[in-house]
Ligand binder design. Structure first.
Ligand code: MG
Length: 452
């Protein structure tokens, strides 16, 4: 796909992702959907209103009436789509820096579009075969004010609220000025938690921190946990479909450890779980232990969703899936990543024992991540060729589902170009930090020599 990458369309707003492109994507999607109504939502970015206005105009032009949801977490917009049985256009760049924006599409079941459906939309977009409505059939619009409220209500109703409330937990929250600023404080209060928050004003300039919930951006949250004696620190990305946690001592919990701990509580024998090629050994071990099968896809939630749908239609039980970046699916609840719901499920575990103990059984691994920028396609190609050469020469099993994953038995390293930014990402995991650093460093040095 040329236009839709691993996470929908992403780019610097008004340079790569222009209002013209947003309008055409909406026209193409509206043409494929042929629906009476389509919902439009956004996160807090400064360019969100401009792009949702363009998308709404494009939908009206192909005859779809528009539900304007305003600022709402992506999972809340997906919940609205499912409730109303209408497709969805969400304007968000998720965890990308403030100058970025993006577009995600979901069907009338609230599930993001499959790769095959995106290819149909892309084909209409590239051919310009829009189904323009005559003047008396263009779409209308209505403002929907309760999408956020309904989202919170839905999450509270879907978890064991009393068990969480009875534990009397204190939550330190960092929604990072994103869409979760408008829902998560209320969500955790309604689950009976005491809530203390930083960066909880919706602000598309993201003055307190960048939207990506990685440790470099979350020092304030760690301090808040320690200074308030909170039981759990919770951080979201810009559209709050992900949740990342800090334990009760103020220590960052790797997203891979969270996923593995949630999976350990969820997986039964004969179940299947789905993750991406940068999967942690933690989830491999948990799936083994439970007698469940683990399937790997290329990186990106679209790929995981498509695979989960295939497995479920083949009659398989897939109670949990996801990636180590805080994006976890509980497909029996909704086939959508949901930062609020995942945090509520994790609070259900923390109600029994401290967060550090919840993840203790899946600790003992060290992860290293590096990003290498490149200036041109030639540099990118040279870097990937260097990774291929290293893979051939290394004493490791090679998996090329997405990038180059070198599996050494006790450790692994993956080099893979980002789908959303001009970066090649390196991931390594080992039972010692030295070994993870060495493997990642060897990959980095090979690629830097080549052109990074
Ligand atoms: Mg996101």
């Amino acid at each position: 796909m040329e236009v839709f990458g691993s996470s929908g369309v992403r780019g610097v707003a008004n340079e790569e992702l222009t209002p013209e492109l947003a309008m055409k994507i909406a026209m193409a999607a509206g043409t494929v959907w042929d629906a009476d109504s389509v919902a439009v939502a956004r996160d807090t970015r400064t360019t969100g209103r401009m792009l949702t206005d363009a998308a709404a105009a494009g939908l009206a032009a192909v005859g779809a009436s528009v539900d304007r949801l305003g600022v709402v977490p992506t999972p809340g917009a997906q919940a609205h789509a499912e409730r109303e049985g209408i497709p969805l256009v969400t304007v968000t760049a998720s965890h990308n820096p403030p100058e970025y924006n993006g577009i995600k599409l979901a069907g009338a079941d609230g599930v993001e579009l499959s790769v095959a459906a995106l290819e149909r939309v892309e084909s209409v977009l590239l051919n310009g075969e829009f189904d323009r409505a005559p003047w008396d059939h263009v779409g209308d619009e209505r403002r929907v004010d309760d999408a956020r409220r309904e989202y919170v209500r839905g999450v509270v109703a879907a978890v064991d609220r009393d068990r969480i409330a009875d534990a009397g937990l204190t939550v330190a929250l960092d929604p990072g000025h994103g869409a979760g600023s408008l829902t998560s404080p209320e969500l955790f209060r309604r689950l009976g938690c005491r809530v203390l928050a930083v960066n909880a004003q919706p602000d598309g300039r993201f003055p307190g921190r960048d939207p990506e919930p990685v440790p470099e951006n979350l020092a304030d949250l760690g301090r808040l946990v320690r200074s308030t004696d909170a039981d759990l620190g919770i951080a979201h990305d810009g559209d709050a479909d992900r949740a990342i946690f800090y334990d009760e001592t103020g220590e960052y919990i790797e997203g891979d450890a969270t996923l593995a701990a949630l999976a350990a509580a969820e997986l039964d024998e004969g179940d299947v779980t789905v993750s991406a090629v940068n999967v942690s050994q933690r989830l491999v071990d948990v799936a083994d232990e439970a007698g469940a099968r683990l399937e790997l896809t290329p990186i990106g939630s679209t790929r995981i969703v498509s695979r989960v749908q295939e497995l479920r239609s083949a009659g398989e039980s897939v109670p949990i899936a996801g990636e180590g970046n805080g994006g976890v699916f509980f497909p029996n609840y909704r086939l959508a990543r949901d930062g609020g719901y995942v945090a509520a499920r994790f609070l259900g575990l923390v109600a029994d024992r401290p967060a550090s103990e919840v993840v203790r059984p899946v600790q003992g691994y060290h992860n290293v991540r590096m990003n290498l920028g490149y200036d041109s396609e030639d540099d990118r190609e040279a870097m990937l060729a260097a990774a291929a050469t290293l893979a051939e020469e290394a004493d490791a099993d090679l998996d090329t589902t997405d990038g180059y994953r070198l599996d050494y038995g006790d450790a692994w390293v993956l080099a893979r170009p980002s789908g959303t930014e001009p970066l090649v990402r390196i991931y390594a995991e080992a039972t010692s930090e030295d070994r993870a650093e060495t493997l990642a460093g060897r990959m980095r040095d090979a690629m830097l020599d080549a052109g990074g």
